[in-house]
Design a protein around this ligand. Structure first.
Ligand SMILES: C[S@@+](CC[C@H](N)C(=O)[O-])C[C@H]1O[C@@H](n2cnc3c(N)ncnc32)[C@H](O)[C@@H]1O
Length: 247
């Protein structure tokens, strides 16, 4: 067997597995109702769109977590046009999908991931899984993992050229906590550095916190259907910002 075939494939898990189980259960119930009632009355087909909604939502959620999120983030990281020697930080890196894609763009740099490894937020979430994924993707020596809370980062101000976060900050359940995380992201970004936060809730608030902190070029933009967690009501938005270079 060649070394490439011997190597394990990276596996990035399922976001919010409890939500997927709920959607999947709803889909099975809806399909059961459809099958049982399909010839019960002349107008049964009127209920079809309602009953198929959980099935479509499940398909959308699965697509996003298994593929769409990665496609969108690869595009977003390419747009950053990194030189390759930057220091990058991923807040709530989980099993490393964005962290590892960053490390692959930083042959002379380093990508650090911070997480609390909560299984409720991502299946099989733990630092060992992230390390194995990094090794499988050929960047094991280029990532650093830190177990910490993103509301209180153990880094000096201005330590990172790029700070990203993917679907992580909404998991903090208070407004004060989420604002603390965004403020920390801004603090550890170096002057002139870039911030990218993708999330499906609270993005306007993140943008306001960054603008209040003094960030420039603060923009929010939708990331499209590939990043819907079940449908357009759970669409992911990207918050982009830069830390002013001068004093
Ligand atoms: C839905 S997962 C997303 C993981 C990864 N960013 C991705 O896109 O694949 C959310 C992650 O945020 C982490 N997380 C939640 N609250 C956190 C906190 N206060 N500090 C650090 N990490 C946190 C969870 O442990 C989980 O790994």
């Amino acid at each position: 067997m060649t070394p490439a075939r011997e190597r394990r494939r990276a596996s990035y898990g399922i976001d919010s597995p409890g939500t997927l189980i709920g959607l999947g259960t709803g889909s099975l119930v809806a399909l059961g109702v459809l099958i049982i009632n399909c010839d019960a009355s002349a107008g049964w087909w009127i209920s079809v769109p309602f009953l198929l909604t959980p099935v479509v939502a499940t398909a959308s959620f699965l697509y996003t977590t298994l593929r769409g999120k990665r496609v969108v983030w690869l595009r977003e990281l390419d747009r950053l046009a990194l030189r390759g020697d930057e220091r990058a930080l991923d807040l709530g890196c989980g099993r490393g999908l964005v962290l590892i894609a960053l490390a692959q763009r930083l042959p002379e740099g380093e990508a650090t991931g911070v997480d609390r490894w909560r299984m409720v937020d991502q299946s099989g979430n733990d630092a060992g899984a992230t390390r194995r994924n990094a090794a499988a993707e050929g960047v094991g020596g280029r990532i650093g993992l830190v177990t910490a809370d993103m509301r209180n980062l153990p880094f000096d101000a201005g330590s990172f050229d790029v700070v990203v976060s993917s679907l992580a900050i909404h998991n903090i359940d208070t407004t004060t906590g989420r604002r603390a995380a965004v403020t920390e992201a801004f603090r550890v970004t170096r002057p002139g550095g870039e911030i990218r936060i993708a999330d499906f809730r609270h993005c306007r608030d993140y943008a306001a916190v960054l603008a209040e902190a003094g960030a420039i070029a603060v923009v929010t933009r939708p990331l499209g259907w590939r990043f819907w967690y079940g449908g357009p009501f759970f669409a992911t938005t990207m918050v982009c910002a830069r830390k002013r270079a001068g004093p």
